[in-house]
Design a protein around this ligand. Structure first.
Ligand SMILES: [Zn+2]
Length: 409
């Protein structure tokens, strides 16, 4: 199993595998280390739980070090313990939970505290009291091959039912290549819209993909119905709980499957056009139509983030630069004269000042392009809004580019 995430301009990926302690002493020592580690994290969690504010690592260290000393940890172990404890407490407080009680045997270890020998598939782990543990990594040469030239930085190690599992986190800095065009992407409840522009604003390609958010919502509605029907008992009756979980899983798999496909599709189009990808900065997200309830809002935002994440990842894999732009008012500003656009029904927007008419999603893409290439692109050079009709969606054959495309799931 390989999982990945994107941080800054680099790719982060985890190589997860089972590991075999070289001898029984290695296993026992590792077990002892993980138990001590868990105790230490619990100790710090207890401390943090009683505080109103979560202190810095430095302050935390001053507060805890005299007690942690007896564990015989290395300096970086202790630092990881603080970080881990802080994450746990933050998450639990955010969800309004109870004080966390740790049961699992798991530790995060800094790169200073282990040595990885990929050729021989061996991991040497530095544990407490100056001891080491040797682990054989059970993985294939093929899987390791991928990470040649990446740099490893952290590992997570855990023991479940007497089996040892290791995840090695690798990082690769991606140097993006020189691009010639700009691809902007607007994501909203119904559609993902993509527009490719030349640097002078000529529209090269326009594509729209339906999102599965409505489908996802129907599962949500089912869950609510069931919960209402069994309002007192649903949490306790196994069969009911299972049905709810099933709908929940379905929601998740539809979203992830779609995000994966759209990420690949968008990055491939950008790749063909040698394009920089411009996405909306979701932290500055405007209120969107069709998401009137708080739940819908949360669900859509979660979904948008999944989509952006895969687009970003697939883009980096192709060495394409990704840029995030503040999307405020991008779907309500006239791309021709910058006046405020009015809703003309059926997702069509109209400018009362210059008579520009355009499809809402396309307007957003055009404005994202302007915002990205703010300097020096004359607004008149843009060819997109010239013929108003070709901006409206689904106008039959004449308007091939704006047909909504369904991504098969
Ligand atoms: Zn206008």
């Amino acid at each position: 199993m390989v999982s990945y995430s994107v941080k800054g301009g680099g790719l982060v990926e985890a190589l997860k595998m089972r590991a075999l302690p070289e001898g029984s002493n290695d296993y026992l020592a590792l077990l002892e280390f993980l138990k001590l580690y868990r105790d230490a994290v619990q100790l710090v969690v207890n401390k943090l739980w009683s505080l109103n504010e979560i202190p810095s690592i430095k302050t935390l260290h001053k507060m805890s070090y005299s007690e942690l000393k007896r564990y015989g940890f290395r300096a970086h172990h202790v630092k990881q313990v603080y970080t881990y404890a802080k994450t746990i407490v933050r998450a639990s407080k955010r969800n309004g939970g109870k004080k966390p009680v740790l049961r699992r045997l798991t530790a995060r270890v800094d790169r200073y505290d282990y040595r990885l020998d990929l050729e021989n598939r061996t991991l040497i782990l530095r544990i407490h009291d100056g001891r080491v543990v040797i682990l054989k990594l059970l993985t294939s040469i093929e899987r390791i091959e991928k990470f040649r030239g990446w740099s490893n930085y952290e590992i997570a190690i855990k023991v479940i039912e007497n089996e040892v599992y290791v995840a090695v986190y690798f990082r690769r800095i991606v140097k993006s290549r020189k691009t010639k065009t700009i691809t902007t992407i607007d994501v909203n409840f119904d559609n993902v819209t993509l527009a490719v522009f030349t640097s002078s604003g000529k529209l090269l390609k326009l594509k729209r993909y339906k999102t599965p958010l409505r489908k996802i919502l129907t599962h949500r509605i089912w869950i609510e119905r069931i919960q209402k029907r069994y309002s007192k008992s649903w949490g306790f009756v196994k069969g009911v709980r299972e049905v709810i979980e099933k709908h929940g899983d379905r929601m998740k798999s539809i979203a992830l499957d779609y995000a994966h496909k759209i990420g690949d599709r968008v990055a491939e189009i950008a790749n063909e056009h040698n394009s920089t990808i411009v996405l909306e900065n979701l932290n500055k997200l405007r209120d969107r139509a069709n998401s009137n309830s708080l739940f819908n809002k949360k669900l859509s935002l979660w979904f948008y983030r999944k989509i952006q994440f895969t687009i970003n990842y697939e883009a980096l894999e192709r060495r394409l630069e990704v840029s995030y732009i503040n999307p405020m008012k991008t779907s309500s500003t006239c791309p021709r004269c910058e006046s405020r656009l009015k809703d003309n029904g059926d997702r069509v927007l109209k400018c009362s000042k210059c008579d520009f008419t355009g499809d809402r999603d396309v307007v957003a893409c055009i404005n994202l392009f302007y915002r990205y290439s703010r300097c020096g692109v004359p607004r008149v050079a843009l060819n997109a809004p010239k013929g108003d009709a070709n901006l409206r969606p689904m106008q039959g054959k004449r308007d091939e580019a704006m047909k909504s495309t369904y991504i098969r799931s």
